[in-house]
Design a protein around this ligand. Structure first.
Ligand code: ATP
Ligand code: MG
Length: 269
């Protein structure tokens, strides 16, 4: 969205940008509950699985978790590049944990474990987040349960959070991965917004950007929901396009015709 579109609607910033501050996250009861359960998993030294279709807001739920965990007691490690062979996969985990690793997988493994023990001794509980975990090759996923199971003082020394598309849940049910599955205590499903939630979400993002009155007619919000299936990232794309089209036609209120016109300008069409 150009500055002139922002100016036309009297907004302070781009309402549907992805770099929103943690305090501005939209947390419906299901997302809040998901974050509560992740906090509980970290506090109880349990593992968790976060599943959802692309763009529904899994990373935003993780951001909610990050803002809830005190750095005095928890150390979050985030690994995004998991589509790697075993050696590189463990290298990524080493990097996240701040461990030097020039070694072979077997030794790497021991290095990671001893590092986790060292962190745990400092009474800082490590929380390792593996994002896009549906991309982890079987060879790497198949060894994770050993890390997940690693115990010190009879409690796992870290919390493992696997984040991925719904098929990850199905994959973990295969016999190959059942040892890992049985060690995971929580499943958090992040769902698309329903029609009412889509309207609330759009309004919140606009309010946070400084909108002083409604910019979308209620029927426009219904169409916005239908065309995006309530996937938040798609809502962002379409709502942003709709504001641009409206500004182009010098209309202060987005109606459903504008949303439909804007839809054709997005790859969603
Ligand atoms: N709780 C939220 N509050 C505000 N905006 C959100 C929220 N959840 C998602 N969004 C918006 O939707 C976009 C996509 O969210 P996110 O990156 O969390 O999805 P994802 O499920 O991790 O997607 P992918 O599977 O593609 O990684 C964000 O950039 C943000 O603009
Ligand atoms: Mg994501």
């Amino acid at each position: 969205m150009s500055d002139s579109v922002q100016e036309f609607f009297g907004l302070r910033r781009r309402p549907f940008d992805k770099d929103l501050p943690d305090e501005a996250l939209w947390l419906d009861p299901t997302r809040s509950d998901g974050i509560d359960r992740l906090v509980e998993a970290a506090q109880n030294r349990q593992h968790a699985l976060v599943l959802g279709e692309p763009g529904v807001g899994k990373n935003c739920v993780l951001r909610g978790l990050r803002s809830r965990l005190s750095p005095v007691h928890f150390k979050l490690h985030y690994v995004a590049h998991v589509s790697l062979g075993k050696r590189d996969f463990y290298k990524q985990i080493c990097m996240a944990l701040g461990v030097e690793c020039k070694l072979m997988p077997a030794t790497l493994y021991a290095t990671i474990q001893s590092n986790l023990v060292a962190i745990a001794r400092e009474r800082v509980h490590p929380v390792l987040i593996l994002d896009e975990a549906h991309l982890i090759p079987d060879s790497s996923l198949g060894t994770l349960h050993v890390l997940a199971n690693f115990e010190w003082d009879s409690e796992p020394v870290m919390t493992l959070i696997l984040v991925g598309l719904p098929e990850l849940g199905e994959r973990l049910k295969l016999s190959l991965h059942r040892s890992l599955l049985t060690r995971i205590a929580h499943k958090i499903e992040v769902a698309p917004a329903n029609a009412e939630e889509t309207a609330t979400y759009v309004q919140k993002r606009l309010d946070d950007a400084g909108a002083r009155h409604a910019l979308f007619a209620s029927d426009a919000l219904v169409v916005l929901h239908e065309l995006t299936g309530g996937v938040l990232r798609s809502i962002d794309v379409l709502a942003d396009a709709a504001l641009r089209v409206a500004a182009h036609h010098k209309k202060k209120l987005v109606d459903r015709a504008i949303v439909r016109q804007a839809f054709q300008l997005t790859p969603l069409a």
